[in-house]
Unconditional design. Structure first.
Length: 495
């Protein structure tokens, strides 16, 4: 995949017709007449799917698909029939993207017995200023989280992690450690800046291109070489003239192929979500984000090698050594990159952070170049209106990875786009700011699991149009990015 894959963080601007909620309610309450005797659960679900002409999405590992079941439904509402059929398995039934989703229920799980919740704030030890986007993890374990833009965090951990060291790390700071407590705890931490002192043997002038080549040569050693299933939290927010007008949140599963597998792409499955589309009323246009989960699952520079040289194609970027940094107790090389010929095509500039020992890519910050921004309507605007003209004027992104044993795992992605809307008839101007952020909170080996095409999130889907509002306790068993103060106030009004 070329760097053009990163352009697919698309905006959808135009008139939207909302007609899905009624259709969903009608489907789940539709009467079903069906009689089946002693057939596998898998076959029963397939039979129901054909009868109601709707796909089913579920985690094959969470249901005993080979167990024998019996159905005797006489004008029974579909939702009621499914709850009866799966009564022993404590599941939730909902409808998402014209599919019936069967997911693990969180309503009856005793949180205190199963989880420990730690929350607080991380600040700079010298200035006292909050530190945004600090990585939080347990060394050698797949779980992870992050602080928000205001340094606040909340991390829920299984009870089996009690006593294990929790690590807080941020570029330019020495890591801090905290033992996972026995019970829910409020813990504020301070991180100290670190002077980078490399061992003398490592202090040597290394050309930027040599570091880039070493990253490419060691990629197979630094990233997972088998398929994994990532669990991630994703939030999309839209602000118009600094006021929140839409918030959507979701937990998603991402089936990520091995980093050396060049023939398969990531697939995304919706788990659960909630939204508030009435935080405040939009003016001038209906502003939508298209394909967020789908495209964000593929924004993985370490896998697709965007911004790195391709031996089979002309070189696009030039590189320069930009100094050292420090994170995870390790020294990082900073490599600046920019286009060789900034001709207005879809090009970026930014900085790579590469581990000084393993030569793994640890993070990348990048933005559209000025010539690209001037041409960005054709890349970022999928649909426009005749009355209003949309002009993007800001596009910036961040991707980072966290250590896991001797490998590195995708950790956090953030994209931010700002668009100026000019109403030609009313001669009014409005500014929209769209932010999508995703953090990987857990992962496990895929063990041959596959996601059916019918249950995956598609590139033309708009997340905010595809999810219903769930009860607030939905998030009780999931790690999320804590909302900042302004967003939290807006959410409390509407969620």
């Amino acid at each position: 995949m070329s760097s053009r894959s990163l352009s697919a963080y698309l905006l959808f601007i135009g008139m939207c017709i909302y007609c899905e909620a009624l259709a969903q309610d009608t489907l789940l309450t539709a009467p079903v007449q069906l009689h089946l005797e002693n057939i596998p659960l898998r076959q029963a679900i397939d039979t129901l799917s054909k009868q109601v002409n709707t796909g089913f999405a579920y985690d094959a590992g969470s249901l005993p698909l080979d167990s024998l079941v019996r159905i005797d439904a006489r004008e029974t509402p579909l939702r009621q029939l499914l709850y009866q059929l799966l009564a022993a398995h404590d599941v939730d039934v909902s409808l998402f993207m014209d599919q019936i989703v069967i997911s693990r229920s969180t309503r009856h799980q005793p949180l205190q017995e199963e989880q420990v919740r730690i929350r607080g704030m991380v600040t700079d030890a010298d200035s006292g200023e909050p530190l945004p986007y600090v990585n939080i993890s347990i060394v050698g374990e797949p779980v992870g989280s992050t602080t928000n833009a205001e340094g606040q965090y909340e991390f829920r951990l299984p009870a089996r992690y009690r006593g294990r060291p929790l690590t807080f790390s941020s570029i330019g700071y020495a890591s801090a450690h905290l033992a996972v407590p026995l019970a829910d705890t409020l813990a504020d931490l301070r991180l100290s800046t670190t002077d980078i002192r490399l061992p003398e043997v490592k202090v040597m002038a290394i050309p930027a291109r040599v570091i880039i080549n070493r990253m490419l040569a060691n990629r197979h050693r630094n990233y997972l070489q088998s398929d994994v299933l990532l669990e991630a939290f994703l939030r999309e927010t839209i602000r118009q003239d600094s006021q929140y007008v839409e918030v959507s949140e979701a937990v998603i599963d991402i089936l990520k192929p091995a980093y050396t597998n060049n023939y398969q792409f990531e697939k995304v499955r919706f788990v659960k979500g909630r939204k508030s589309s009435t935080v405040a009323q939009m003016n001038l246009v209906k502003f939508r984000l298209q394909g967020g989960p789908y495209y964000f699952s593929r924004m993985d520079v370490a896998r697709y090698l965007d911004f790195f040289p391709d031996k089979d194609a002309p070189e696009v970027y030039q590189y320069a050594f930009a100094g050292y940094d420090y994170q995870h107790g390790r020294t990082l090389y900073k490599i600046a990159f920019k286009p060789i010929d900034d001709n207005g095509e879809l090009l970026y500039e930014g900085e790579l952070a590469i581990d000084g020992e393993s030569y793994a890519l640890v993070s990348v910050d990048f933005r559209m170049t000025r010539p690209t921004l001037r041409q960005s309507r054709k890349y970022l605007i999928r649909k426009d209106t005749r009355q209003a003209k949309a002009t993007p004027f800001f596009a910036i992104y961040h991707i980072d990875y966290r250590p896991f044993h001797d490998r590195w795992v995708l950790n956090r992605i953030k994209g931010e786009i700002k668009v100026r809307i000019r109403d030609r008839q009313q001669r009014l101007t409005s500014h929209f700011e769209a932010v999508t952020e995703m953090v990987v909170t857990d992962f496990r080996p895929a063990d041959g699991q596959r996601l059916k095409y019918a249950e995956t999130f598609k590139p033309d889907y708009v997340l905010s149009e595809k999810i219903d509002a769930f009860d607030a306790r939905f998030w009780d068993n999931y790690n999320v990015i804590q909302p900042d103060e302004d967003l939290e106030k807006a959410m409390k009004k509407r969620f």
